[in-house]
Design a protein around this ligand. Structure first.
Ligand code: SGN
Ligand code: CA
Length: 532
């Protein structure tokens, strides 16, 4: 064909139509939603502004709630890192997927939702903290932290190979995730990215640029900061008190150049500090040195020291979250700028909650609200109405079936969680009225005893066992901060009976038992070489 002006125009139109046709075709092929599963480590819901506690501002995490749904009653199955992650991947409770504590290995050979998505045409990636040993299965690309990871000059294991990256861990993790999204993935396929931050995990080391954030703010500790644990011996026995157990140097950064503050974990913190470049150290010292000098001049004691420690803790903890929030913003912007916003599900959650001074504590593990609960926010513009609020009981075992449901992939019968899809749409004809919890990591750091329990909308029943045999019952409406164990209170006799029935129902439904607890205990004691 000779190209004169007329048929050139015709030819151009045809070319454009063909291109548009191709694009539509691709969209049909790729109409399965993309999924970005964002998780941070130890991020308390109290420290997300969308939850309204007024401690800090997390505008980017809040965007997920504003453009989608916020879950006010999100919980974990087991309030410790690796077991919670294993439950999310498998959709099963710890005693079913086998990863009951941080100690024993995770069996990657079992099914997980990433494997299912991958088998169904998804391109999958895992970036950041996972805390499950062994080469991750179900991912086309993985670049993960060895164990807990390091805040400065972090090591990563990229598809099995160890590398050290310069910089600050939260930003490095975000860069790796964005690089995969932009350059590494197969753009013909729908994708599922697990983008998992180490922060705000202990030992809360902020990024240089946020060292002075909220410096002028003094935080008032929660009302039960000076809890005496009356009627709650398991709570009394823990070692996670801000006042008693927080290390001045390791946790609170009082690494004085004179070496006078000789705390138990000083050496451990020195090694973390030594990972910084000279420039980073200079910024760090410029901020902390005057605080150290001031602290040493004051000789604080008792309640004054406790409140000072609480404030140091809060400042560092909240600062590490600011970098996490920035990363969420970068990822959301990437989706927007690349036309991926409409068809991408974004979830933000944490592997569990965390104590920000409630009961006088840091850390997690207990089935009490602050660590049992976890933040969950989700958006998917194509299907979820902006500003949705869900007050039903949801749990981390629900992620796997939810993602599979949205992706149109069969949910295996062995999965114990429920898809949140209908619930979010307001189309669930019924929903669970109770959730089940287990915790196994004892004897161990922080000394939180083994326990399991059940929570309904109004009440919570907990059984602590092994070297103790103690039941606790809470009236969550009257006593939301769980200060009064009413297990022996005769006014609650019928509630107690109902909750025991609920507990048995849960244990039967999910397949847990005292025998399994005993088996897990024996394995644990053996792994830790403790005589029994
Ligand atoms: C480390 C921390 C603990 C923390 C566990 C579990 N100590 O051992 O404070 O409870 O991790 O956290 S540290 O001295 O190493 O900081 S988890 O999130 O990985 O389960
Ligand atoms: Ca954690």
């Amino acid at each position: 064909m000779i190209l004169n002006k007329k048929n050139f125009i015709l030819f151009s139109f045809l070319a454009i139509f063909t291109l548009v046709g191709c694009k539509e075709e691709k969209e049909i092929v790729a109409k399965k939603p993309n999924i970005i599963f964002i998780m941070s480590d130890d991020h308390a819901y109290q420290a997300i502004s969308a939850y309204g506690h007024g401690l800090n501002n997390t505008p980017n995490i809040d965007r997920i709630a504003n453009e989608g749904v916020i879950f006010n009653k999100g919980f974990v199955n087991n309030s410790i890192c690796a077991p919670s992650r294993a439950a999310m991947l498998t959709g099963k409770h710890s005693f079913k997927n086998g990863k009951v504590d941080n100690i024993r290995p995770f069996n990657w050979d079992q099914d997980n939702f990433a494997k299912d998505l991958q088998k169904n045409g998804y391109e999958t990636a895992l970036v950041g903290k996972i805390h499950l040993d062994g080469l991750p299965q179900g991912f086309d690309y993985s670049n993960v932290l060895p164990g807990q990871g390091q805040y400065y000059s972090p090591d990563f294991i990229e598809n099995g190979e160890k590398k050290t990256y310069p910089g600050y861990i939260t930003n490095v993790t975000t860069d790796i995730a964005l690089n995969w999204l932009d350059k590494k993935r197969d753009k013909e396929k729908p994708f599922m990215l697990m983008y998992h931050q180490k922060a705000p995990h202990r030992t809360w080391m902020p990024e240089e640029k946020y060292l002075t954030l909220m410096d002028s703010i003094t935080f008032d500790p929660p009302a039960n900061f000076f809890d005496d644990y009356e009627g709650r011996p398991a709570a009394a026995g823990q070692e996670m008190s801000i006042y008693k157990d927080m290390d001045l140097v390791y946790d609170l950064k009082m690494l004085d150049k004179e070496g006078e503050l000789k705390t138990k974990y000083r050496g451990m913190f020195q090694r973390k500090y030594d990972r910084m470049t000279d420039e980073q150290k200079a910024a760090w010292d410029a901020y902390y040195d005057p605080i150290i000098a001031d602290f040493k001049s004051k000789n604080l004691e008792g309640k004054e020291l406790a409140v000072w420690k609480y404030n140091r803790y809060m400042h560092d903890y909240l600062r590490t979250i600011q970098s996490v929030d920035d990363g969420v913003g970068e990822v959301l912007d990437y989706l927007k700028e690349n036309g991926l916003e409409e068809n991408t599900i974004v979830v933000y959650t944490s592997d569990q909650g965390f104590y920000l001074g409630e009961h006088g504590w840091f850390d997690k593990r207990f089935m009490y609200e602050e660590s049992f609960r976890t933040p969950i926010l989700m958006k998917y513009p194509k299907e979820i109405k902006a500003g949705t609020v869900i007050d039903e009981l949801v749990q981390n075992i629900d992620f796997a079936p939810t993602f599979l449901d949205y992706a149109g992939v069969k949910i295996d019968e062995s999965i114990q969680g429920e898809s949140l899809r209908k619930l979010v749409k307001g189309e669930a004809s019924e929903w669970r009225d109770a959730i089940y919890y287990t915790f196994y990591e004892y004897p161990a750091e922080h000394k939180v005893k083994r326990h399991y329990g059940v929570r309904t909308d109004k009440f919570k029943l907990i059984h602590f066992y092994y070297d103790v045999d103690k039941w606790e019952l809470y009236d969550l409406e009257k006593d939301p901060t769980e200060m009064h164990n009413v297990y022996e209170n005769t006014d609650y006799a019928s509630v107690k009976e109902e909750m025991h029935q609920q507990l048995e129902k849960m244990r039967t439904k999910y397949g847990d038992s005292d025998e399994l607890n005993q088996k897990n205990l024996n394995n644990y004691l053996e792994a830790k070489n403790i005589k029994h």
